[in-house]
Design a protein around this ligand. Structure first.
Ligand SMILES: C[S@@+](CC[C@H](N)C(=O)[O-])C[C@H]1O[C@@H](n2cnc3c(N)ncnc32)[C@H](O)[C@@H]1O
Length: 322
């Protein structure tokens, strides 16, 4: 039983047992779900912690007001748990915790990226499979839609976005084709422009749709996703109580690299430049890893929920400061 039996599942939470297991290791006290979505993880965490007498209080953050509303409705059907919500980008996490006068939080989950509600609703403009306006904003705080971004950037900046955020091998070619075709108002129009721009040699070499990397890149740029991720990890570590747990689910290598590096830095007892022959700093590690390498979903989970296939789960625990 994980509290989800009574509620339908608009988004299937990824690596749920592993995430709940990590959050059960955290001491009593409130937890934060920094990416509340439909609340699947949060409900399971809250009910497990309620049953453990660790408290069933969750602060759920999401920049998408529709997700918050859905999660509130789903939480309302679950006894003995409590949800507070904040509609902000998750790098406002420390402010939101401070605003509640909590001395710290016991656990924090960050489940990155878009939800099934985003991908399945054509009008949100995230999917190259369904026709919708080229929007891609996770929430109203994002300054511009993907269509506006494409209209405003020059070809070199667009190529850089596709390379840096999508690891698109043919970034220059795709960027030139997009600029030549703009304005582009819809998801399927963009997908067609990208597919037509690919060299014949690309066919069959890449997994999935030819526009997959372009859509990922634009989504990340529209929502400032990597900047928010870089900013939230130190804040999250800071607000954890000793013994508190921070778990992050990443879905592509750009995200996972940032998480891995930030966790390694926080767990290190040396911040000297690498060319210094001996350590000359007094750095004290603030966390210890809870898993040696990133956890991956099992075959059964991937078979049941293909969207879980790329997931990588990393977790650390906050150390007592000397
Ligand atoms: C993968 S879904 C989370 C699903 C959730 N764990 C569940 O079980 O339903 C990610 C959610 O986080 C939100 N999100 C992503 N990046 C965010 C950010 N930087 N700040 C706030 N919310 C964000 C998205 O709007 C989306 O609803």
């Amino acid at each position: 039983m994980n509290g989800l039996e009574e509620v339908d599942a608009p988004h299937v939470p990824v690596m749920l047992d592993e995430v709940v297991g990590l959050m059960r290791m955290a001491p009593p006290g409130p937890v934060v779900d920094a990416t509340l979505g439909a609340g699947g993880h949060a409900i399971a965490i809250a009910t497990a912690r309620r049953d453990d007498d660790s408290g069933g209080v969750v602060l759920g953050i999401d920049r998408d007001p529709d997700a918050l509303e859905l999660a509130r409705q789903r939480f309302a059907g679950v006894a003995g748990v409590e949800l507070a919500t904040a509609q902000v980008r998750f790098d406002h996490l420390a402010e939101e915790v401070e605003a509640r006068s909590w001395p710290g939080v016991a656990g924090i989950l960050v489940d990155l990226g878009v939800s099934s509600m985003h991908l399945d609703r054509a009008e949100r403009g995230f999917s190259y499979r369904t026709d919708g306006p080229l929007d891609m904003r996770m929430g109203p705080d994002a300054p511009r839609t993907a269509a506006q971004l494409i209209d405003e950037v020059d070809v070199d900046d667009l190529a850089r976005i596709l390379r840096d955020h999508g690891e698109e091998r043919h970034a220059g070619r795709v960027a030139r084709a997009i600029v030549a075709a703009r304005p582009i108002a819809t998801t399927t129009a963009l997908a067609e422009v990208v597919a037509a721009a690919m060299p014949p040699s690309a066919a069959g070499r890449d997994r999935g749709h030819p526009a997959r990397r372009t859509f990922q890149a634009l989504r990340i740029a529209v929502n400032g996703e990597l900047d928010a991720l870089r900013a939230v990890i130190p804040q999250a570590i800071d607000v954890l109580v000793p013994g508190g747990v921070l778990a992050v689910l990443a879905y592509h290598s750009l995200e996972d690299r940032i998480v891995k590096r930030a966790f390694a830095d926080a767990a290190s007892d040396c911040s000297c430049p690498p060319d210094l022959p001996v350590c000359a700093c007094d750095t004290v590690p603030s966390v210890a890893p809870l898993v040696r390498r990133a956890g991956r979903p099992g075959a059964a989970e991937v078979a049941a929920n293909p969207r879980a296939s790329a997931a990588r789960l990393r977790a650390v625990t906050k150390l007592e400061l000397p």
